[in-house]
Ligand binder design. Structure first.
Ligand SMILES: CC(=O)N[C@H]1[C@@H](OP(=O)(O)OP(=O)(O)OC[C@H]2O[C@@H](n3ccc(=O)[nH]c3=O)[C@H](O)[C@@H]2O)O[C@H](CO)[C@@H](O)[C@@H]1O
Ligand SMILES: C=C(OP(=O)(O)O)C(=O)O
Length: 428
């Protein structure tokens, strides 16, 4: 087990290249199960979620090669092996194995997913969709059993706008008989990316990126080559870092339109941003102003950037209110920021941040992926040295974080946890 050591106070300058999107990658990889010949995905991030999914496809009998960023999956010899336990518990997106395996084999057994603990994260809308397509779904001791004689297209209205349910229903419906219509679908760019891959594989999908998606099922899907979109959340994290401690940071390989809500908020705070075709330049900030933020479904402000921007707001003048409307308990980073001298309180779903304060280095714990990102930003802003444990959460979503930050002029390194620290974590 490792921890991150961060010496604060070094200004960041230069160019950082953004990796492929985690939330696309974790759906694109299971989607390959649906093909009858090899699929190559280019530009994947080298993160633990991707490595774990690679292992899961191998457990199913697939042949997978991965060279840092390009993955080729030959799914032709896969079988519908039950995966009730083990690796599926380590990430949220293992739920996509349900839709993909149901689509191809008409049966699957998948353990309930893991992922970040952000309050309740039910999958009732995924199950509602599978049942509407004709599957029988039961939950037996923490594993979801799915079986269908055949899948038949249906009209499915999502009661909650859900990224996962939208993609999962698409995965199952592409090989169903007839037309499926998903209403009140989520509109995130990752959904369009998955629809693009499926279309390249021979699927018939219209409307991805709008709130009504139409899918006409086909009998067979074939192999293809696909390039993933850049990670808007990783890009947003580096933009926030650029605003926090930058002296001019160029974020390369980004789709600025995916980040309009963040760009608008940073500008409102007084940060200078120049957006190009596939780059965003974040200029050195003078004194930043407090702002209010409400997380919303896309194209609103992403919940996945709520924790990182909360850290930035500790340095803004005035009182900021950050409300998370998507998750009820995405504030575990706040106690840690308080340890670092943050003046923040939480009331219900709102964090109230009084600034500016000078953050101080401390020993802190990342409880989830973006809490980890928030604490890394805090460590780079702080006076003195910050130690961040819980690095395994950060490694789920940030490809080459230490190398990218050091490339920008930060001083950050990994260290093995001492025996005593390992004991403390075990007993906590
Ligand atoms: C792997 C992946 O892509 N993860 C992202 C995905 O998570 P995930 O797909 O899990 O998030 P959803 O969009 O499904 O969840 C949105 C909201 O809907 C609720 N809900 C969801 C499904 C359901 O069946 N019932 C239900 O009530 C959730 O509890 C949550 O409050 O979108 C989230 C919202 O942008 C992001 O924070 C995650 O980074
Ligand atoms: C919540 C996140 O991930 P997951 O859904 O994979 O837990 C995230 O990426 O911020």
């Amino acid at each position: 087990m490792e921890k991150l050591m961060i010496a604060g106070g070094y200004p960041l300058k230069g160019t950082v290249r953004i990796s492929g999107a985690k939330n696309s990658a974790v759906a694109l990889i299971p989607a390959t199960i649906l093909a009858d010949s090899p699929v190559t995905i280019e530009g994947l991030p080298n993160i633990s979620d991707v490595q774990i999914l690679k292992g899961l496809l191998e457990e199913l009998g697939g042949t997978v090669s991965f060279n840092e960023s390009d993955m080729t999956v030959d799914p032709s010899s896969m079988i519908s092996m039950p995966l009730p336990n083990g690796k599926v518990k380590k990430l949220r997106a293992s739920y996509y194995l349900m839709g993909a395996m149901l689509g191809r084999f008409k049966k699957a057994v998948i353990g309930l997913p893991g992922g970040c603990h952000l309050g309740p994260r039910p999958i009732d809308q995924h199950i509602k969709g599978f049942e509407a397509l004709g599957a029988k779904v039961t939950n037996e001791q923490g594993a979801i059993y799915l079986r269908a004689d055949e899948l038949i297209g249906a009209r499915i209205y999502l009661d909650v706008v859900s990224v996962g349910a939208t993609i999962n229903i698409m995965l199952a419906a592409v090989r169903a008989k007839g037309r499926t219509i998903i209403e009140n679908a989520a509109k995130e760019p990752e959904i369009i990316d998955v629809a693009t891959l499926l279309t390249n594989m021979g699927a018939k999908i219209k409307g991805a990126g709008t709130d009504v998606i139409r899918i006409d099922g086909v009998d067979q899907l074939h192999g293809c080559q696909h390039t993933i979109i850049p990670d808007r959340i990783e890009a947003g994290t580096y933009m926030i870092l650029g605003a926090a401690v930058g002296e001019g940071v160029l974020i390369d390989n980004v789709i600025p339109q995916h980040l309009e809500s963040l760009i608008a908020k940073l500008r409102e705070m007084g940060v200078k941003i120049e957006a190009g075709d596939d780059q965003v330049f974040v200029g050195p900030a003078d004194q930043m102003k407090a702002v209010d933020i409400k997380t919303l479904v896309y194209p609103g402000f992403p919940t996945d950037l709520q924790q990182p921007i909360t850290t930035l707001l500790t340095n803004a003048v005035g009182t900021s209110m950050v409300t998370d409307t998507i998750y009820s308990a995405r504030f575990k980073h706040i106690d840690e920021l308080r340890r670092m001298n943050g003046n923040i309180k939480v009331e219900g779903r709102t964090a109230i941040i009084h600034g500016p304060v000078k953050l101080q280095g401390a020993k802190v714990k990342a409880t989830d992926l973006r809490a980890g990102a928030a604490l890394v930003i805090a460590g780079l802003m702080a006076e003195g040295v910050t130690e961040v444990t819980g690095v395994e959460h950060i490694d789920r979503g940030y490809s080459h974080l230490v190398e990218k930050l050091n490339g920008l002029g930060a001083t950050i390194w990994r260290e093995n946890l001492t025996q005593e620290e390992q004991e403390q974590i075990k007993n906590a």
